[in-house]
Design a protein around this ligand. Structure first.
Ligand SMILES: Nc1ncnc2c1ncn2[C@@H]1O[C@H](COP(=O)(O)OP(=O)(O)OP(=O)(O)O)[C@@H](O)[C@H]1O
Length: 268
């Protein structure tokens, strides 16, 4: 059974269609990339899949996540799904973090919620231990100190690790990573990508990976959907699509990525 089945998904505002008739599915543990130029509808697709679209946008079609319909779902139903079946990591970690709360508490909250949904209760020292384990899992040194820090006391890379720990605390079946490294410097980007890749494999999570960086996409996912102006122009195994693109648009994306790499002297 699919973990995620998107069928004829469209997103519009008034008469403007931003995502059009999109269909794809994701099996448990599978890794899928969503690529396309800026403004092609990647983030809106991810938001529609989690019921997080801004109010002025309307979604139609169907998004079945862990067997439950997201489109038109109630806040209560979607909150449960978001804390259990799916978690997101965004481009800018500060979007996910509360500036006024110590990061340990921010990780403890989803961990306690998840335990409650599983019919157990975790508090006090047991919850602190889970937070420390999660901080270690995202390779943050000195987790006791980090747990007591506020987001502004951490570097961008450390903040993204905390955001990933918060997502892991939900124990999701599906992780959506929307340009998770764009806001970071190149060395930190590579570290965070390596971390995400390892965690997804270790925990056997499905991954929806949104990125501009085609070499990274090629190394991270198994299948890819190419979006252009809100429409899927090509879908397939990433090795096939990148080696033998069928659509001119995919060819131009790959060409642009090659030119960029050449300009860097193939140093990436
Ligand atoms: N709240 C909104 N109201 C109206 N239009 C929007 C809204 N949010 C996004 N759009 C438009 O929808 C289109 C798709 O946006 P989206 O953010 O999904 O693109 P993207 O592929 O994720 O781009 P990027 O790679 O730059 O993040 C764009 O034309 C954008 O301007």
């Amino acid at each position: 059974m699919s973990l995620l089945r998107v069928e004829s998904l469209s997103v519009q505002t008034g008469d403007t269609v931003l995502v059009s008739n999109l269909s794809f599915s994701l099996a448990p543990g599978e890794r899928l990339g969503l690529i396309g130029e800026s403004g092609s509808g990647k983030s809106l697709t991810a938001l529609a899949m989690t019921g997080l679209l801004p109010r002025q946008l309307d979604a139609s079609g169907s998004v079945l996540l862990a067997g439950e319909e997201v489109i038109g779902g109630s806040d209560r139903q979607l909150n449960t799904l978001r804390g259990k079946a799916v978690a997101m990591v965004f481009q800018e970690p500060l979007t996910a973090l509360d500036p006024l709360m110590r990061v340990g508490k921010q990780i403890a909250e989803p961990a306690a919620r998840r335990a409650k949904r599983d019919g157990t209760s975790i508090m006090g020292g047991a919850l602190d231990a889970i937070v420390v384990d999660l901080l270690l899992e995202v390779a943050l040194p000195d987790p006791q100190r980090i747990a007591l820090a506020y987001p502004h006391e951490l570097s961008g890379g450390q903040r993204q690790r905390v955001a990933i720990a918060m997502a892991l605390a939900c124990k999701p079946d599906l992780l959506i990573a929307d340009e998770p490294t764009t806001a970071l410097d190149v060395t930190t980007q590579a570290e965070i990508l390596g971390l995400l890749d390892g965690l997804v494999r270790k925990r056997d999570m499905a991954l929806l990976f949104i990125s501009h960086d085609l070499p990274v996409v090629a190394n991270t996912v198994e299948r890819v959907v190419v979006l252009r102006r809100g429409e899927a122009v090509e879908t397939g195994l990433v090795t096939n699509v990148f080696a033998q693109p069928r659509h001119d648009y995919t060819r131009s994306l790959l060409q642009a990525a090659r030119s960029f790499d050449d300009a860097l002297g193939g140093k990436r």
